[in-house]
Design a protein around this ligand. Structure first.
Ligand code: GSH
Length: 211
């Protein structure tokens, strides 16, 4: 490849994390859009790249492939201002990224997905537990941000990017962010950063992919 290639899906917050960091870094990239609702992540050609058939998946210029949004953020942020240099702060960034994947995304992103894919009724029994888990995650974030601008240290990092992706669209999953004023202020601060792009903004160069 002549450039980094991101296998992407517009509505995916996990994929948006990577689009956003690449854009903040000014790193050119190709974007292959796979429609997960049409099963395009399950094609043989894509499964050969990522057997876990998920976006985001990043393909490097030399053909190596990296999956898992937060691992991709960590890789791309190495040596940049988005990954703290201090060992304890690096570990704190990982702490918040694991929190995002275990306590936040499985509730907030899943509730949102059920709504926009028309599955909320089919999952009516499971939705209350997702809402409770999501509200707990938001309250943990709100407490942490009460006297801080950013999740780690005093600058925006990949921990903020990982958490921003699904938090700023949590209302699409039925969450009311007005209950979390420090989170709301952090969202405003985050989106006001120079070079910021939104989840719907077209970034990278869209390419056709025969797979
Ligand atoms: N833990 C993964 C989750 C990725 C994920 O769940 N991707 C979804 C979209 S948000 C997907 O590609 N689904 C398509 C499929 O399961 O075939 C990450 O952080 O990257």
């Amino acid at each position: 490849l002549s450039e980094l290639r991101l296998y992407d899906y517009f509505e995916s917050g996990n994929a948006y994390k990577v689009r956003l960091l690449l854009t903040l870094l000014g790193q050119p990239f190709e974007r292959v859009h796979l429609d997960i609702l049409k099963g395009e992540t399950r094609s043989a050609a894509f499964v050969a790249k990522n057997p876990n058939h998920r976006v985001p998946t990043l393909e490097l210029e030399d053909g190596r492939v990296l999956a898992e949004s937060n691992a991709i953020l960590f890789y791309l942020a190495e040596g940049t201002r988005y990954l703290p240099g201090d060992p304890f702060e690096r570990a704190q960034a990982l702490q918040w990224m694991f929190f995002e994947q275990y306590s936040h995304e499985p509730c907030i992103a899943v509730a949102r997905f059920w709504h926009f894919s028309g599955q909320a009724e089919a999952h009516a029994d499971e939705l209350p537990a997702k809402m409770e888990g999501g509200r707990h995650a938001l309250s943990v974030m709100d407490g942490h941000l009460a006297d801080r601008d950013w999740f780690v240290g005093d600058a925006q990092s990949i921990a903020d990017i990982a958490l921003y992706a699904y938090t700023h669209v949590a209302h699409e999953g039925g969450f009311d962010l007005a209950d979390y004023p420090s989170v709301e202020r952090w969202i405003e601060r985050f989106s006001a950063q120079p070079g910021h792009v939104g989840i719907d903004d077209d970034t990278g160069v869209l390419v056709d992919w025969p797979g």
